[in-house]
Design a protein around this ligand. Structure first.
Ligand code: HEM
Length: 248
């Protein structure tokens, strides 16, 4: 192994190295969420704005942009989970050696909560990707923009996707846990990356809470507004499925 490989190995095997990986990948995922919530709030600007945005994402950089973003997100998510699980194991091993150390017990308690909320969020993300990206429900997959039938009706998909109260409930639980995970996680990013002010303790915690609350309000406003009928009637799904077969 060359010296770069050895340094990377040493970095990964050290506790601080893993914490830095968790912090940097966490920061990447938070940036994605901020972009995603702003993009999604375009539903309130109407069908055309939302579908233009979805089309732009799909075609940016001739269609490669979305794949670069997807692969980057997936790598960040996997590294975030693997490094977190490994840190929890390390903490547990340290706790077994010195069980009398209160701080270690406290740290492992909060990381246990983080790991459970993190795993529930992971289940939510898998459900959400099957729901809106893979579109396992062919009714949602076959919706077409009435003004431009060549493109998918993302706006209609969101409105139709939130007609089921159980789905909305799952989004409320998943997004609430995500935001509780972030309210703790954002402050940890600042702490690990050394951006915490030594003189004034606390602003990074307030910032963490502020970002988490804004994300919570932004994301949940969409299913709640849909359920209240603020985004109009859902598109007729059966009509979209009965599409004439294309000639060979
Ligand atoms: C109610 C709030 C949300 C709405 C309305 C929403 C909407 C959407 C839509 C419409 C897509 C598909 C884009 C497309 O392919 O055209 C999507 C993809 C995605 N969403 Fe969300 N989303 C919400 C919340 C979230 C949350 C909280 C997360 C993260 C925890 C998340 C993570 C993702 C990911 C990772 C993708 C896949 C991106 C891709 O590969 O294209 N979303 N979302």
């Amino acid at each position: 192994m060359n010296s770069l490989g050895k340094s990377l190995c040493r970095f990964w095997h050290s506790s601080i190295g893993k914490k830095i990986v968790v912090a940097l990948t966490g920061a990447m995922l938070i940036l994605f969420l901020l972009g995603h919530v702003v993009g999604n709030l375009l539903v309130f600007a109407g069908r055309e704005a939302m579908n233009d945005y979805a089309e732009f994402l799909l075609h940016m950089m001739h269609g490669t942009g979305i794949w670069v973003a997807r692969i980057g997100l997936l790598v960040a998510l996997v590294l975030h989970i693997v490094a977190t699980v490994s840190l929890v194991r390390q903490n547990r091993a340290a706790r077994d050696v010195d069980y009398s150390c209160k701080e270690t017990v406290q740290a492992s308690k909060s990381s246990r909560i983080m790991i459970w909320s993190g795993l529930t969020v992971l289940a939510f993300v898998i459900f959400h990707i099957l729901h809106f990206t893979v579109r396992v429900d062919s009714g949602l997959a076959n919706l077409h923009d009435p003004a431009n039938p060549d493109r998918h009706d993302t706006f209609g998909m969101v409105v139709a996707g939130f007609q089921n109260p159980l789905v909305v409930l799952f989004y409320i639980v998943g997004i609430s846990l995500l935001c509780s995970h972030l309210s703790h996680g954002i402050a940890s990013v600042f702490q690990t990356l050394g951006w915490r002010s030594k003189k004034v303790a606390g602003p990074e915690k307030k910032l963490g809470w502020a970002i988490a609350i804004l994300l919570w309000l932004g994301f949940l406003s969409i299913p709640v507004a849909t359920m209240m009928g603020c985004l109009g009637d859902p598109p007729k799904i059966h009509a979209a499925v009965e599409e004439p077969a294309k000639a060979e």
